[in-house]
Design a protein around this ligand. Structure first.
Ligand code: ADP
Ligand code: MG
Length: 313
């Protein structure tokens, strides 16, 4: 059956309107784990990746609130913290869910760095909003004295924006592959991975940026030679004329159809567009099945029976 990379959306951990207490997150993750356990029971070898937006946002607020008492951490280190926290919740809940069905499979979370190009044009055009909303005065001070980029969101206040560079490689690929080959379930590349650049001397350094987790999921899936890439989110695939008149949900599509729709801008930047780009890239890079589907349809998605999908060949 081969390796299946499952990319979990924000709704796998937190639902809209929830505060993000430990109970909120564990309740959602338990449900997600039950879905994943169903796939594992059927024999899929899973590599699991996930978003981290609300969690890393909260870590940044904690850092901000405590900055007079303890040293503040940069975004890359906050990202690493979020991978550990979410990885722990997923690995515990998944272990419990597997135990319920009589399975005992080792589960490992790998703190993951994702290589980006230091010359990526995204670095001169920050677009990805991170953290909470602040006042204009606060934003101006951060722009002036800390060299950050901020944008005003009509009515809601000011928000920091950071670059969203294209992922180039997953640094921990050999570790992830070895674990998978030994039968482990691996949780990795959380939040798209911690963005790192390579310096002149070949050493790595963390950068303040956010990578789309769907694009990293594709790099991950391709580099470990996965058979399928399943992107699970809060809608059952991609639609044409989304929320407009003539809204049409896409099911099995060909690469050329999807390229056309992609160029016609049916999929919104920062949400559905990177998912569609990820499934197209995965098939171009030799994958067999790439799907975008709703979290509660994981099983049908893995079988290629629901959601928006491309099947190679
Ligand atoms: P995730 O946390 O799973 O990555 P996102 O919010 O980034 O979730 O992406 C899913 C969202 O994409 C959906 O809730 C939907 O509102 C939005 N979206 C944008 N364009 C489309 C489209 N063309 N078809 C379907 N959903 C779309
Ligand atoms: Mg997203």
């Amino acid at each position: 059956m081969g390796i299946t990379v499952v990319a979990l959306g924000g709704n796998a951990i937190l639902q809209k309107g929830e505060k993000g207490t430990a109970e909120d997150q564990l309740r959602n993750i338990r449900k997600t784990a039950a879905q994943l356990a169903g796939l594992i029971e059927e024999g899929y070898s899973l590599v699991i990746t996930h978003g981290n937006g609300p969690q890393v946002g909260n870590i940044m607020i904690q850092n901000e609130a405590g900055r007079d008492k303890v040293p503040q951490m940069p975004m890359d280190i906050c990202g690493a913290q979020s991978q550990g926290m979410i990885g722990y919740m997923l690995q515990m809940c998944l272990r419990n869910a597997l135990k319920q069905v009589g399975l005992n499979i080792p589960i490992s979370t790998v703190v993951t760095q994702t290589l980006v190009d230091k010359h990526d044009p995204a670095f001169s055009h920050p677009t990805k909003p991170v953290g909470p909303f602040y006042s204009k005065e606060w934003a101006q001070e951060r722009m002036e004295f800390h060299g950050e980029s901020w944008i005003e969101d009509a009515g809601r206040g000011w928000r920091r924006v950071v670059p969203s560079p294209d992922p180039k490689a997953i640094i921990e690929t050999p570790s992830i592959k070895s674990l998978v080959d030994q039968g482990h379930i691996v949780i990795c590349s959380g939040g798209g991975g911690i963005p790192v650049i390579e310096l002149e001397d070949g050493s790595l350094a963390g950068v303040e940026a956010v990578i789309e987790k769907d694009l990293s999921a594709e790099i991950l899936a391709t580099s470990i030679k996965a058979d399928s890439l399943i992107i699970l989110t809060d809608v059952n695939g991609a639609a044409l004329n989304y929320t407009g008149s003539g809204e049409t949900w896409l099911e099995e599509v060909t690469m050329s159809q999807l390229v056309r729709y992609y160029n016609e801008s049916h999929f919104f930047e920062g949400s559905m567009r990177p998912k569609v780009k990820a499934i197209m890239r995965f098939i171009e890079h030799g994958g067999r099945l790439a799907v975008i589907a709703c979290l509660d349809k994981a099983r049908e998605a893995a079988l290629g029976q629901t959601g928006t999908r491309i099947v190679a060949g």
